[in-house]
Design a protein around this ligand. Structure first.
Ligand code: PXP
Length: 241
């Protein structure tokens, strides 16, 4: 069965809008656990726009399922990871101006920094995964970096403008997964997956794990809105909660 990692970054995005305590990403992680997820993903960005370092410590303490920390290869963030010791670290590219991770790592560039990050994370006992595009060159380079696992970027598949294009990108994904498995890599995938496009990705059996965030948080807001208003209306109208 494919594992589901729930990315809780955008619960923290909402909290940071008021810099308060709510909504609490750790609470969202515990609800996710009870609802049947297999892991929690949190991205400590260099600009700290959503997840904060304290969230990682709190998640590490509270969770029973594994914690996957998404992060850049920046030495400062690597030092945080080595202290917190999540079960897994997924290295992603990070640009300050981007709204979200826009593509996979280009493993042809910045090899020295990447090698250093991989080695320090491994030394801290953390499993390392690299977020890359479903491209044979990147997959071979990931194997050369001696990581056990990769996460394939599904953003282009998810954003395909037509059904035909989406099918082509799905076939490419399938081929990439086959290549990675042949090189002995464990394969995860994620980015942009939602309730409409996830099932076709699940049908690729060698993908062991899908990491999904935004669509789950958006659905939680939509599905929970009725109850939230009803409770407040009860208080405002004087009938109680
Ligand atoms: N996997 C990686 C490596 C990511 O960077 C992200 C976004 O933080 C996700 C999965 C989840 O993407 P989304 O929020 O679009 O589901």
């Amino acid at each position: 069965m494919t594992r589901l990692g729930v990315n809780i970054d955008h619960v923290a995005t909402l909290r940071q809008a008021r810099r308060g305590k709510n909504p609490n990403p750790v609470e969202a992680a515990l609800v996710s656990e009870r609802a049947g997820c297999d892991g929690i993903v949190a991205h400590l960005r260099e600009d700290r726009r959503h997840i904060q370092e304290q969230d990682l410590w709190d998640l590490k303490k509270a969770l029973r399922v594994p914690l996957n920390m998404e992060m850049s290869a920046s030495p400062q963030i690597v030092r945080v990871a080595a202290r917190v010791k999540p079960d897994q670290a997924t290295l992603v590219p990070e640009k300050r101006q981007e709204l979200t991770t826009e593509g996979g790592l280009d493993l042809r560039k910045g090899q020295k920094r990447l090698k250093q990050a991989v080695s320090q994370l491994k030394k801290a006992g953390i499993r390392v995964s690299l977020f890359i595009d479903p491209d044979p060159v990147q997959i071979r380079l990931a194997r050369d970096l001696e990581v056990p696992m990769i996460e394939l970027h599904t953003g282009r598949y998810a954003g395909a403008p037509t059904r035909k294009r989406r099918e082509i990108l799905l076939r490419q994904m399938e081929e990439a997964v086959g290549k990675a498995r042949a090189l002995g890599l464990i394969v995860a995938a994620g980015h942009g997956l939602d309730y409409d496009n996830v099932v076709e990705v699940v049908s690729i059996p060698e993908i062991e794990e899908l990491n999904i965030g935004f669509s789950i948080v958006a659905r939680a807001v939509e599905a929970g809105f009725h109850q939230a208003v009803q409770e407040m209306a009860g208080l405002v109208h004087g009938g109680g909660r």
